[in-house]
Design a protein around this ligand. Structure first.
Ligand SMILES: *Cc1c(COP(=O)(O)O)cnc(C)c1O
Length: 427
């Protein structure tokens, strides 16, 4: 049935894996091994020369991890993927494959806090300069681009601002400049948005969030579209003999998965932030129900956003699909089946009311994560952003009274009950 195109739901369960030929096991085996035996000295040599595909050492590739890579690449409509130990490691691996010291990136200024620090502090120490721009006008990316710019970077849904990127416009600007568009699709997941269909060239994920979906396992991945023309003159490292791997010319040798091969054989092999086979197995368990979980996350979140927007103790509610939200039109275009499971709201009474609200919740878990099957809540001003002054918090989009809620899969009536009783106690 090679010519049959499977639906998204089927791919969540089957892509990248067939039952084990040796044992008949239906579930994916956890290949908990560091290394793989060679058939012969010639076989070993051809593996090291990349003339034969196969496994050598689990820092580079592993069959359990490979099933995860193929599955997420299929869900994103991409050509190939490379998993990493965390979301931070995946985006680092993607960007360090594109950039070297002296290069430049243009990124949205509304990014996940850890990503902002990775770019602004760590990459600066590597000699990679990042310009942050207001993503609401995509032309800001064009204006900030320089001769040494190697990629544009944004999040489909910004965390925690919940702004929506205009992917089509960003892809046009990137391609006019002959550089790839890299999109962090963590908060949307491929169930809600497939950025490659809108022109993205590389998609990165924190698998820790919705794809794993149960708050048990860290992981990340990069997926390449297979469509970027790496021989356009801007990426000599893709076309010239590799100093890092036996003089291989990655684009000429591997074509539409050349970027992933370079990321694997140079960046991942030498820096080493590899995903473990056990983690890949756990993340795949989560992905098997992505298509069942995401609609419920979206449905409950919209209902909660509507409930809170009429609540007397609430100052404001931010959810992209709430009518009147400034990103509603972009959300309807890029997230037609839902705007994911995260919303933010302001409790009347400022920072103290926010803290009292958090201290009053009973079922919701107070912690720093999103995308779990369980409902999670945090008051950024007193936790993730507490080291900043109030002015710095406002610049980062964090208001003193702001609460971030990651809506889980519990009974909607119970989530609403807990929110209401905690709001009553916050005043
Ligand atoms: C959590 C997150 C990351 C980082 O992922 P880790 O798995 O925690 O390293 C990157 N981007 C976004 C949007 C995130 O929410």
């Amino acid at each position: 049935m090679a010519d049959h195109l499977y639906g998204f739901d089927t791919l969540c369960l089957h892509a990248g894996h067939i039952p084990d030929a040796a044992t008949g096991a239906r579930a994916l085996p956890i290949y908990q091994t560091t290394s793989f035996v060679f058939d012969s000295a010639d076989h070993a040599a051809s593996l090291f020369n990349l003339q034969t595909f196969g496994n050598v050492y689990s820092r580079i590739s592993n069959p359990t991890v490979a099933a995860l890579e193929e599955r997420v690449a299929a869900l994103e409509g991409g050509r190939a993927g490379l998993a990493a130990a965390t979301g931070m490691a995946a985006q680092m691996t993607a960007l360090l494959t594109l950039c070297r010291a002296g290069d430049h990136l243009v990124a949205s200024r509304t990014l996940y806090g850890g990503t902002y620090s990775q770019f602004a502090v760590t990459f600066a120490q590597f000699g990679i300069d990042v310009t942050f721009v207001d993503p609401d006008d995509p032309e800001n990316f064009r204006r900030a681009r320089k001769g040494n710019t190697k990629a544009l970077y944004a999040e489909t849904i910004g965390n925690p601002q919940l702004n929506i990127a205009d992917l089509d416009a960003l892809a046009t600007i990137a391609h006019d400049a002959g550089i790839p568009l890299v999109i962090d699709n963590t908060l949307a997941s491929p169930y809600l948005c497939r950025p490659i269909e809108h022109g993205a060239d590389i998609v990165v994920h924190s698998l820790t969030k919705y794809l794993g979906g149960h708050g048990t396992t860290m992981g990340g991945i990069l997926v390449e579209s297979g469509k970027f023309p790496w021989d356009n003159g801007n990426f000599p490292q893709m076309t010239e003999p590799s100093r890092g791997y036996h003089g291989v010319r990655f684009y000429e040798t591997f074509g539409d998965f050349g970027f992933t091969m370079k990321a694997r054989m140079e960046t991942m092999r030498t820096l080493g932030p590899t995903l473990s086979p056990l983690s890949a197995f756990l993340l795949l368990q989560g992905i098997e129900t992505l298509h069942v979980r995401m609609p419920r996350h979206c449905e409950s979140t919209l209902a909660i956003a509507q409930h809170l927007s009429e609540h007397p103790q609430i100052a404001w509610v931010n959810y992209p699909l709430l009518s009147g939200n400034r990103y509603e039109a972009l959300a309807r275009k890029y997230l037609p089946s839902g705007a994911s499971g995260i919303l933010t709201f302001g409790v009347k009474g400022g920072a103290e009311a926010g803290v009292r609200f958090i201290e009053s919740v009973q079922m919701l878990s107070h912690l720093a994560n999103v995308g779990d099957a369980k409902s999670l809540v945090i008051h950024p001003a007193s936790t993730t952003h507490r080291q900043l002054s109030e002015d710095e918090q406002r610049a980062a989009g964090v208001l003193p009274e702001m609460i971030r809620l990651s809506v889980g899969l519990e009974s909607l009536s119970d989530i609403l009950w807990d929110l209401d009783q905690a709001l009553n106690n916050s005043q």
